[in-house]
Design a protein around this ligand. Structure first.
Ligand code: OGA
Ligand code: NI
Length: 346
């Protein structure tokens, strides 16, 4: 292990197996086919059985995707010193960051975060009594100097795709296609450029430790290296998502789990690293406005099927999460099962 910081070391039960089980059955959905009913039924199956699917012919220009990927690579190839010039701190959660902890273990990665709305409005503190809001502003690097323009253009395209997918998910739940749209005005959506350097201890550390995404929907671009693993619902086995060129990997986050009253569950996933190749990925986290009160939709609950969650405020939930990712806390991070009406699991 030599000079590797012990904060990266996973507990024995969470260490990855270096023999990989490649995905059989994570659905690949073609969004260009004209039979909407067919696409909707494929999405329904995927959300129920996996919580994950991949989409192709998604409408995001492939040239733009490629350009953002290369620009990200160029940004991370700079010295730490240069990258640290735009580092995230206690006052601004946006920018460059290399010490994120997931479940209190350090991730083997570097990230650059920027929001879609600029400035982005968020609660000033996680304290439920504190009604103050704050505006966060993106920090852009000097180099590459075209990163900002590319990223802003890319954000618009991926947001468009996210609205489209939310519409299909709404239809798959028997709702009207625009049912979710209102929640995403003044969104807290953000994009993360992820860089996973080669790791000398890929059997002991993870690029991102096991977690569920807290927002509504994640739309992820990954390069051809591979490393994302999804916990299969049928048996709890970790399954590698095989990279499909130019595709997006979509997963349902905690908010859809609550909105759908557990019809679609947010599924645990993690990222393995390897000792030879660096890896890049670009998740888009589609999140509602901070003022959104998240609760099971009335259309999906009734006397036989009562709401499984108490309502919670997204902004406060998000602010609490951000805090625990920044500081290594002694207690468990906030989770949606804390809002379960009857806590039966986890
Ligand atoms: C995440 C995540 C997966 C990846 O950032 O939440 O799950 O492949 N990333 O980088
Ligand atoms: Ni994730």
């Amino acid at each position: 292990m030599g000079e590797v910081d012990p904060s990266f070391i996973q507990a024995i039960e969470h260490r990855p197996k270096l023999t990989v089980t490649e995905a059989q059955g994570i659905p690949l959905i073609d969004l260009s086919i004209s039979d909407t009913q067919l696409v909707v039924s494929q999405i329904a199956e995927a959300c129920k059985n996996w919580g994950f699917f991949q989409v192709i012919n998604h409408g995001v220009p492939l040239q733009l995707q490629e350009k953002v990927f290369l620009a990200s690579k160029s940004f991370f190839s700079q010295s730490k010193e240069e990258k640290q010039r735009i580092r995230r701190d206690e006052f601004n959660p946006l920018g460059y960051y290399d010490t994120e902890h997931t479940k209190n273990v350090r991730d083997w990665k570097e990230v650059f975060d920027f929001t879609v709305e600029n400035p982005m409005v968020m609660p000033a503190s996680p304290d439920p009594q504190d009604k103050d809001v704050e505006k966060f502003i993106n920090q852009w690097p000097r180099n590459p100097n075209y990163l900002r323009e590319l990223c802003e253009e890319y954000a618009k395209e991926v947001e468009k795709l996210s609205f489209k997918i939310m519409g299909l998910i709404a239809l798959s739940l028997g709702l009207s296609a625009n049912r979710f749209d209102e929640f995403f005005k003044d969104s807290t959506s953000f994009i993360r450029l992820n860089y996973y350097p080669p790791c000398p201890i890929p059997d002991l550390a993870l690029g991102v430790g096991r977690h569920k995404d807290a927002g509504a929907l994640t739309v992820l671009y990954q390069d051809d290296v591979g490393g994302l693993e999804v916990k299969r619902k049928t048996d709890g086995e970790w399954i590698r998502v095989k990279p499909t060129p130019n595709a997006y990997i979509i997963n349902v986050g905690d908010i859809i789990q609550v909105w759908s009253n557990d019809r679609y569950e947010s599924v645990e996933h993690r990222v393995m690293v390897n000792s030879e190749r660096e890896r890049f990925s670009i998740p888009f986290f589609f999140n509602p406005s901070h003022s959104t009160m998240v609760k099971p939709l009335v259309e999906l609950t009734n006397d036989e099927n009562p709401a499984n969650y108490k309502e919670y405020n997204w902004g406060k939930f998000f602010a609490t999460r951000k805090l625990s990712n920044f500081k290594k806390l002694a207690v468990e991070n906030i989770q949606i099962n804390h809002y379960k009406v009857c806590i039966a699991e986890e």
